[in-house]
Design a protein around this ligand. Structure first.
Ligand SMILES: [Fe+2]
Ligand SMILES: [Fe+2]
Length: 143
């Protein structure tokens, strides 16, 4: 089982995920780094407390990023603000569930690795389908 879990992180931040707004892109990169750390900790089977800390950190960073991104959208009067806000709220719930699952599992490695795939899939999809549109809008209005 452990062997199957080894391998490269298959979805890091890449330039094609660029939104074209510097603050947002920088935060997205950091976000992927945090998710990667969590993935590594899961792979190495690191201590429950450490993984718990990383999860808390990811949760914290996610909230900060969403708040900043929402503030930016308001500042440019982005028309898709409400959809973004709803998607963000949904993800915060997913993260909360993940933390709860991790705690009730007693720090199970598979919970972390499965959860991590969920996090990376969500990030990649959300950035490429929704966040990119913020940058496109900003560019089209010259803001
Ligand atoms: Fe974002
Ligand atoms: Fe977003």
């Amino acid at each position: 089982m452990i062997l199957q879990l080894k391998g490269e992180l298959n979805m890091p931040w890449t330039p094609n995920l660029s939104v074209g707004v510097r603050l947002i892109d920088e935060q997205h990169k950091t976000w992927f780094e945090k998710a990667e750390k969590l993935f590594e900790a899961g792979q190495k089977g690191q201590a429950k407390e450490y993984v718990g800390e990383l999860l808390a950190f990811l949760d914290d960073y996610t909230r900060r990023h969403f708040a900043d991104e929402e503030k930016y959208m308001l500042s440019i009067q982005y028309p898709g603000y409400n959809d973004q806000k709803a998607a963000h709220a949904q993800f915060i719930q997913k993260l909360a569930k993940l933390r709860a699952d991790y705690d009730t599992s007693g720090g199970n490695l598979l919970v972390i690795l499965g959860a991590n795939q969920m996090v990376l899939d969500w990030l990649t999809k959300h950035i490429s389908t929704m966040d990119k549109k913020i940058g496109e809008f900003a560019k089209s209005t010259g803001r």
